[in-house]
Design a protein around this ligand. Structure first.
Ligand SMILES: Cc1cc2nc3c(=O)[nH]c(=O)nc-3n(C[C@H](O)[C@H](O)[C@H](O)COP(=O)(O)OP(=O)(O)OC[C@H]3O[C@@H](n4cnc5c(N)ncnc54)[C@H](O)[C@@H]3O)c2cc1C
Length: 446
């Protein structure tokens, strides 16, 4: 039987889990998997999304690395689908392709003033503090008072990084330029705004609880946000909500006033407009109230003086050349991972992870995504492409011919060791290398 040749685009957790599951599911066959990644380093949002002060989650990289080092998967880093390699190339060299390109941009928020100077997307800020090579290395941290819009874990990450004293980030892998930027920040107050009530948040209890442990930061809550929803007791039957309610309850009883920084949580507050003359001067919210399981505006507006606004209202994926895209949902349209266009399956093309399902859910969820996609792919063998040049060398030759400076798993081992060695003398986990050219140089150094 001919070996199965599969391309995967995107070396985040979804792509790596897909490779692992495919390798195990087709253990009785010869399988060769090539994983293409636009960045010089693998791991997607685990490296460039998960906050630096979450080392336990970052450690998932160790398990993902084992898959990449298992010998069944070849990693081609610094290869961008759409420019360095195309769908036609895949048809020539593989039986099928799986897209696991995730999401990296901010979803829009259509309110007045959102484009003022000082108004930012959370995804851009996250990319900065996680040392993404393709974003500017400077970040303007000049505001004393900051608004963060959103009630999910990304909003909490952003609020925590903004409010935390930078020396408490020291042992982590936070890049040096980020540490310097945060040290210069004059911030005193970070206000987080959510449209729903305190029990309607999308935070997970662990992430929320962590805020209460921040050194020299007071948690500030407001009495008129509590006891508003008549369904509160019903909601508390959900264990996660009950824990959240208890955490918030404890904070309401705490003494505040002694810390040099404050993190305020505001609920029932829908962003209405960012105000300012050329740059952000305040955020206006409209108070909301519960109605028939939903929400409505009360017509009461409040204005908070802030000099910066961060919107954390979700991520959005990018369309890929020649691949169907659902603009509304920001995903590749698919049925269980089989890509569809106009109701018909697109032969040979599959999707998994955030680009398949939308940008919600933890890393673990990308594993079950991948399982479903791989089951579909293996069941479709009769519909696969019949490649003209399936030999493994053909792809390497093609990239070399195009002058693509690709990196591989050996290159990641070098970069990883280099980053760890940079951190060691300072008692830090690692110091991330940020510039793309330097990442490539270290990875390709022979
Ligand atoms: C700020 C933030 C914090 C998070 N924190 C946590 C947490 O603490 N715990 C947790 O469990 N989950 C967390 N998550 C969720 C977790 O990151 C996602 O569930 C997971 O990363 C999604 O995996 P993915 O592989 O689908 O996408 P991604 O991780 O986005 O990976 C996609 C990969 O595809 C590559 N790619 C994109 N386009 C191309 C192209 N054209 N050519 C080649 N490659 C391409 C990208 O560079 C990227 O490496 C967080 C998410 C965010 C945004």
């Amino acid at each position: 039987m001919a070996p199965i040749r599969i391309a995967i685009v995107g070396a985040g957790p979804a792509g790596i889990y897909a490779a692992d599951i495919l390798k195990k599911a087709a253990a009785d066959r010869e399988v060769s998997i090539d994983l293409f990644e636009a960045l010089p380093a693998p791991y997607g949002l685990v490296r460039y999304g998960v906050a630096p002060d979450h080392p336990r989650i970052k450690a998932i990289i160790n398990a993902l690395r084992e898959v990449l080092e298992s010998g069944v998967v070849r990693l081609f880093g610094n290869v961008h689908f759409g420019t360095d390699i195309t769908l036609d190339d895949f048809k020539r060299h593989y039986n099928a392709v799986i897209f696991s390109t995730g999401a990296s941009k901010d979803a829009p928020l259509a309110i007045d003033g959102i484009d003022l100077d000082g108004s930012y997307g959370a995804a851009d800020f996250v990319s900065w503090y996680d040392g993404h090579p393709d974003v500017p290395r400077e970040w303007p941290l000049e505001a004393r008072e900051i608004a963060v819009i959103g009630n999910g874990n990304v909003a909490l990450d952003v609020a925590r990084v903004l409010a935390k004293h930078p020396e408490d980030l020291l042992p982590t892998e936070v890049p040096d330029n980020v540490l310097d930027g945060l040290k210069a920040s004059p911030v005193t107050d970070v206000h987080v705004f959510g449209r729903r009530g305190p029990l309607g948040v999308k935070f997970t209890p662990l992430e929320l609880r962590e805020l209460g442990d921040l050194n020299d930061v007071d948690m500030v809550l407001y009495d008129d946000d509590f006891g508003v929803d008549p369904d509160e007791e019903e909601q508390k039957k959900n264990k996660q909500i009950l824990v959240i309610s208890r955490v918030l309850g404890k904070w309401r009883e705490r003494e505040t006033g002694s810390a040099s920084r404050r993190l305020h949580l505001h609920f029932w507050s829908k962003p209405d407009a960012v105000l300012g003359d050329g740059k952000v001067e305040s955020l206006r919210i409209e108070r909301t109230r519960p109605v028939d399981g939903g929400l409505e505006g009360t017509g009461e507006f409040r204005e908070f003086p802030v000099q910066a606004v961060y919107r954390a209202v979700g991520y959005y994926s990018s369309p890929l050349d020649g691949v169907p895209f659902d603009e509304m949902r920001g995903v590749i349209p698919n049925e269980g991972g089989r890509v569809v266009a106009d109701g018909e399956q697109v032969a040979g093309v599959y999707a998994t992870g955030w680009i398949k399902r939308g940008p919600v859910g933890l890393i673990g969820a990308t594993k079950s995504d991948a399982k479903e996609t791989i089951e579909g792919l293996l069941a479709d063998e009769a519909k696969w492409w019949q490649p003209e040049a399936p030999e493994e060398d053909a792809v390497t030759a093609l990239l070399a011919e195009r002058g693509v400076q690709f990196t591989d798993i050996g290159g990641w081992a070098k970069l990883d060791a280099h980053e760890v060695s940079l951190g060691e003398p300072h008692g830090r986990e690692r110091i991330k290398v940020v510039p793309r050219e330097e990442m490539i140089r270290i990875s390709r150094d022979s």
